[in-house]
Design a protein around this ligand. Sequence first.
Ligand code: ADP
Length: 280
Amino acid sequence: MLVAGVDIGSTATKAAILDENKQVRALSLVDTGANVVRAAERAFQEALRRTGLEAWDVTFTVGTGYGRYRLPFGDLQVTEISCHTKGACFLFPRTRTILDIGGQDTKAIRVNERAEVTDFSMNDKCAAGTGRFLEAAAQVLGLELGELGPVAAASRKPLKITNVCTVFVEQEIVMHLARGCPVEDVLAGVHQAIAGRSLGLLRRVGLEEEITFTGGVACNPGMVRALEERLKLRLNVAPESQYIGAIGAALFAWERAAHGEAGRQKNTSCAEAGTGPGGG
Ligand code: ADP
């Protein structure tokens, strides 16, 4: 038995395929772009290709993420809050607080010992303090995303970045560079600004250990470090952190399949179906 989870995020679409033992058999990631349906198809097909099996071998598929209602081959939609909780508590069973920083939003989630959501808070009104904010900083500094953490780690005297607005931070960075401030100090300041903002969100739901960091921004070691320094504790960070929503979705699919529910047969030949209104 195989089950799938597809997380259609604002920036990246992730797919996870699990087997009957809840082992992750394949993961894949594609840019979401303007056509969410096509992104979902591509992510699912790529993960499937890595298993060497066919679409009809997948018993049940759960969609999550902001584009979940447009998943043409999904059997069920589940919120990102629930899927991140499911995935985080599966990988780190002692999780009590989750911080998810994605491409365009940040969420803080509190869970109890039964891995049930007891509270959550999210910043989705603007991209301040999200992956988009880091992408803007990387662009203006001429760095790749993967370079952000290592460069910031070289800082001895992080600058205080006052802007958390994605638009204004670019101007602030340019101004600091023009004054001769080292790139690493500017970048470390950017990471600290996001850490401060995330801490505010975490405090709204109440901080309890263990804290699990999920979402694509958890791939940035500079962000992990800035948060750990601010929180004065270690975070749980999985190598699959960007896929935790998709893994959580696949775990919901596993539960449905284990209870004998079969999803509809997958029609994965409708990659052009997402060109109508609402795509993206
Ligand atoms: P969403 O689900 O909202 O589409 P993700 O959780 O997939 O977002 O995270 C996307 C973000 O992850 C990007 O905006 C980027 O900032 C960040 N990211 C992804 N990979 C890396 C990496 N290797 N290093 C640093 N940041 C990364």
